[in-house]
Design a protein around this ligand. Structure first.
Ligand SMILES: [Zn+2]
Length: 362
């Protein structure tokens, strides 16, 4: 474990800062997405029965379509790929890249396979990092083994992943860098994506193989919400029909994009609504600044005041109203506001919020 400690400390501190932001800073501030086309280079991933279709090629194509779909609708979101060519990338480096880039989301793209060939459609699965220790040997176990297997070909894998036995995905739990807040968001992202994939284009999608948890090395190194999608099964001729065409891959990417979009919406609701649900009456907060766009996590004010939350006012140009404090009455809020005016925010003023919306502060 010795060699891992510095990595662990870095990862934990990244997780911590993110978790604080996630709680204090609500909103769809997704600015960077890392898309990870699984496998590559000497590692083809799953193969079709005639060995002509290779998982690594499908993954890369779906990943590029997904990036294009995201940028078509959200040109401000920066899309970063872990690979854009047919090259091998170590599993730990994929997640680490996302962490170094301070990405907000990580989506790993894969294609599944099972031993027996079938003409029946099978469909997609979405995975998040986690592990049920009671489940030792079943289909899920196989998927995790297959996706982790490649580390055996990485240089120095025994030292690099010390403490991890690739034949036992449960040992991945010792690497559990992910904070609860991140895992919670990963599950929201995973269920949004799975729900969207259920609508197509794979014929077996409606059956819904669900969102699952497993000890994936690639996800363990991510310090942001992260999912691994198995878009379909290469051993199923029905799934192959979609997976083998460029159009099919684009349609899969489109569903992934819609799932991602749903996550952004859900995320706002999840982060903004709990407080409002508990307290349906008016709350008073102190507005310290407003902005046309969501501020990045690295913004000095958000860094200095991690409890900052915003109220979204879609009908205004400066629609993000950043606030501090939350009081049941205006007097307390005003006292707090006076303090803030004397220190960091001379222009601060009290606003009233009800059901997540700005209301007159009378
Ligand atoms: Zn794979």
């Amino acid at each position: 474990m010795k060699k891992l400690i510095p990595v662990l400390v870095v990862m934990l501190s990244v997780c911590n800062s993110y978790a604080i932001m996630a709680q204090g800073f609500s909103g769809p501030a997704i600015r960077k997405v890392v898309i990870d086309p699984g496998h590559g280079g000497h590692d083809p991933g799953a193969l079709s029965p005639d060995r002509k279709l290779r998982e690594k090629d499908i993954n890369l194509s779906v990943a590029k379509h997904l990036g294009a779909e995201i940028n078509k609708k959200y040109p401000d979101i920066k899309v970063i790929y872990t690979r854009t060519k047919d090259v091998a990338v170590d599993l730990d480096k994929r997640g680490t890249l996302a962490t170094q880039e301070d990405a907000d989301l990580f989506i790993s793209i894969h294609v599944n396979s099972a031993k027996r060939t079938t003409s029946a459609p099978v469909g997609p699965e979405t995975w998040v990092f986690g592990g049920d220790r009671s489940r030792r040997k079943d289909d899920s176990y196989d998927v995790v083994l297959k996706e982790n297997e490649v580390i055996k070909f990485e240089e120095n894998y025994k030292t690099k992943y010390e403490g991890f036995d690739p034949d036992n995905p449960q040992s991945m739990i010792v690497f559990n860098f992910q904070k609860d807040a991140i895992m919670r968001q990963s599950r929201i992202l995973g269920s949004c994506i799975q729900k969207s994939l259920r609508r197509g284009p794979l014929p077996g999608s409606q059956k819904d193989r669900g969102m699952k948890e497993g000890g994936f090395v690639v996800l363990a190194y991510c310090s942001m919400p992260a999912v691994l999608v198995e878009t379909g099964f290469l051993n199923s001729s029905a799934d192959r029909k979609i997976l083998s065409t460029e159009n099919g891959r684009r349609n899969i990417a489109r569903q992934l994009m819609l799932g991602f979009e749903e996550y952004m919406k859900t995320y706002v609701q999840q982060e903004l609504s709990p407080a409002n649900k508990e307290t349906p009456q008016t709350q008073y907060r102190v507005q310290i600044l407003s902005s046309k766009e969501a501020l990045p996590k690295s913004h000095p004010t958000l860094k200095a005041f991690p409890d900052t939350r915003f109220v979204l006012c879609n009908d205004q140009i400066y629609k993000y109203k950043y606030t501090l404090g939350n009081f049941p009455n205006k007097e307390e809020a005003q006292q707090y506001c006076n303090k803030l005016r004397k220190s960091d925010f001379p222009d601060a003023f009290v606003i009233a919020v009800k059901d997540g919306k700005l209301v007159p502060a009378n």
